[in-house]
Design a protein around this ligand. Structure first.
Ligand code: ADP
Ligand code: ADP
Length: 221
């Protein structure tokens, strides 16, 4: 399967709020695509529609050329970090991942590798309830990587990180893209993405206001 996300003409209304108003863009393999825009621009809603968690009123969202809901084994195609708070606080990091691996029909084999990958090997036996936000983000990303998907989608992964955490996250995203994965990463701060992303999608009021390579976009600014 190709490691791509395509959204085309997404529209979504919540009551009187038009959350998505023709959102369209594509995410390619081997690149970090930054999805930047102010709070309320429609980034999270777009990601939820891509994952089939929200239904769009119009338009379509394709993961590797297919709607998420039609993928036979979706977690093997796309991993997502939408909400780092969705953890069982009393479980250790390792048990959290073992439980997720089990519920996804995966063996325990990759748990150690993903903990290592996100830099949590040393905290594997600590309870996730005592983790900092940055450690929770890492644990959420480890969970998204369990099935080794070629596509990753991270909503505001820089939130709550200290400068070391931000540096780590940047290098980590680049290393995932260097493996050929397609990475879509959102932020409300251009500064978090401009040195990290290969490509930027700038969103505002439910639509794309700019879509370009980073060099091109910053030269125009
Ligand atoms: P972003 O992720 O860019 O901050 P969101 O996609 O979260 O933007 O929100 C887009 C708009 O849709 C905002 O006005 C937000 O308040 C609204 N919205 C999002 N989810 C819901 C919901 N479940 N119910 C009502 N309004 C929502
Ligand atoms: P809930 O409302 O209880 O969180 P959801 O159906 O919204 O249940 O989603 C369950 C969890 O699975 C959410 O935390 C969501 O972010 C996560 N999720 C959904 N699709 C994926 C995916 N492809 N990769 C990783 N996590 C996912």
């Amino acid at each position: 399967m190709e490691a791509t996300i395509e959204v085309d003409g997404l529209r979504k209304r919540f009551g009187r709020t038009l959350a998505l108003d023709g959102m369209s863009f594509a995410v390619r393999p081997g690149e970090v695509t930054g999805f930047v825009g102010p709070n309320g621009a429609g980034k999270s809603t777009t990601m939820r529609v891509i994952l089939g968690l929200d239904a769009a009123d119009a338009g379509r969202a394709l993961v590797g050329g297919r709607p998420y809901r039609s993928l036979r084994d979706p977690l093997r195609h796309i991993g997502a970090l939408l909400d780092a708070a969705a953890l069982q606080p009393s479980r250790t990091a390792r048990n959290h991942l073992l439980w997720l691996a089990h519920s996804q029909g995966l063996g325990a084999g990759r748990v150690g590798a993903v903990l290592d990958r996100v830099g949590l090997a040393g905290a594997a036996r600590r309870r996730a309830g005592g983790f900092s936000l940055g450690m929770r983000q890492r644990l959420g990303i480890a969970a998204a990587l369990l099935a080794d998907p070629p596509i990753l989608m991270l909503d505001e992964p820089f939130n709550g990180l200290d400068p070391d955490g931000i540096r780590w996250m940047r290098g980590f995203l680049a290393s995932l893209a260097a493996e050929g994965r397609a990475i879509l990463v959102s932020s409300h701060l251009m500064s978090e993405l401009q040195d990290t992303a290969d490509h930027l999608i700038v969103a505002g009021r439910g639509r794309v206001v700019a879509d370009a390579g980073v060099g091109e976009l910053l030269a125009a600014a």
